[in-house]
Every structure is written in C-alpha cells, then in structure tokens.
Design a protein around this ligand. Structure first.
Ligand code: SIN
Ligand code: FE2
Length: 218
C-alpha cells in the first residue's frame, strides 16, 4: 500500500449549515477549529464553579451535571427554575464568560441569521453514557427575541427537536463534536432534549459529552 498524506489526516468535513425548521439551523463542525480553546475554558469554569446535579422543583436529581458562566447562571431547586447572578454553592459570582465562548456564539448566531447576539449566560451541561435530558423549552429568559446557541463537544448525542407543543413529533438529529445548533424566531420555544447518551470514547473528552448553551436572559 502506498502512503497517502491525505489518508493520514482526520476527516474534517467543511462546516455547512443544515436547516431543521424555520428559525433553527445546525452548523456542522462550526466549533471544531476552536475545540482546544473551548475545552480549556470549560475546565477553567468548572475549576471555579464545580459541576453539580441540580434538583428539579419536583425533587428529582438531574442526571446531567451542570455549571454556568457569564453574568447569570441557570439554577433549579425546590423553589423553581431561574437565573442567578451568583453560584448558590459558595455565593461567588459565576466565572466570567470566556472570550472564546462569546466569539463563537456571536459568529454562530450571525451565520444562522441572528446578527448582534449578545449572550449574558452560558449553561454548561456534562453528559456521561446513559445520561439524558428530557424534553423541555428554554423559557426562563426574559428576552425571547434572542436565539439559543448550543455547542456540542465530545461524544455524539441524539438531539430531539420538536415543535411548540410537547406532543409534537420530534426530529432525531445526531450532534457530533463541534456541531452548533441555533434556534430562535419562530423556533425559539421549540421543545428539545437529549436521548440517553451512548457509550463511547472521544479523543478529547473521553466518556463525556459537553454542551454549552448560550442565552440572553434579559
Ligand atoms: C439544553 O437543552 O440545555 C442542552 C441541549 C444539549 O445538551 O444539546
Ligand atoms: Fe434547553
């Protein structure tokens, strides 16, 4: 067999946009060029505001581990879901939004047709094999004109993307490392979730999937 330089390079598809429904787009591979900076920033955020399993208002421990950065962080406890300016674990402000998160989110939003996105919150989700996130809407933000930008890193997942009613049928969209989903406008309140994560071993994250969800809360 002859040695071909191109065979030895990782298979990187050029980034491309894939419409889901009006207002929602998957930007394939959009974050991949920034994977090292993004994952280093995830580790820095988690060193200051550790991963934790929040309790739903109904008393269930969430299987996804979460933390936050930015001016506001999403929290859940017995009294409900809300955004808080400080980490309830310790009371310090959430770590600042890393420049790499902000730049990526702004570029992805603009690419998907939402120029001028300025997120003030980033929820970080960590999934291990078997972890799922049940269908929900992102509706704790006061400003629903701004889109949601969601970045996938590490193990692939099946993203469930439905309609404006919980019972609407869901598309099952495979999200791989580096994919970014943007939803806003008519899709802003679409129900969505993550199917139980399949086991695997990613070269950069091992047996984990990390998701960054950037929002403008107010
Ligand atoms: C979320 O809806 O907060 C997370 C979605 C994902 O993990 O891709
Ligand atoms: Fe969500």
């Amino acid at each position: 067999m002859t040695f071909d330089l191109f065979d030895s390079l990782p298979q990187l598809d050029p980034p491309h946009a894939e419409p889901l429904v009006p207002g929602a787009t998957v930007l394939r591979g959009f974050a991949r060029a920034h994977e090292q900076a993004l994952l280093a920033a995830v580790r820095e955020v988690a060193a200051r505001a550790p991963w934790r399993h929040l309790i739903t208002p109904g008393g269930q421990r969430m299987s996804v581990a979460m933390t936050n950065c930015g001016r506001f962080g999403w929290v859940s406890d017995a009294s409900g879901y809300r955004y808080e300016p400080a980490d309830p674990l310790g009371g310090a402000p959430w770590p600042p939004m890393p420049a790499s998160f902000l730049a990526l989110a702004r570029a992805a939003a603009a690419e998907a047709g939402f120029a001028g996105f300025s997120p003030d919150a980033c929820l970080l989700n960590r999934y291990l094999p078997g972890t799922r996130l049940s269908l929900h809407q992102d509706r704790d933000e006061l400003d629903l004109r701004a889109p949601i930008v969601s970045v996938s890193l590490g193990l692939p997942a099946v993203f469930l993307f439905g309609g404006l009613r919980r019972a609407d049928p869901c598309q099952r969209v495979r999200l791989a490392h580096g994919d970014v989903v943007v939803w806003g406008g008519p899709a802003r309140l679409a129900f969505h979730g993550i199917a139980p994560l399949a086991d695997g071993d990613h070269p950069l994250t091992g047996r984990e999937r990390i998701n960054l969800t950037l929002r403008k809360t107010r």
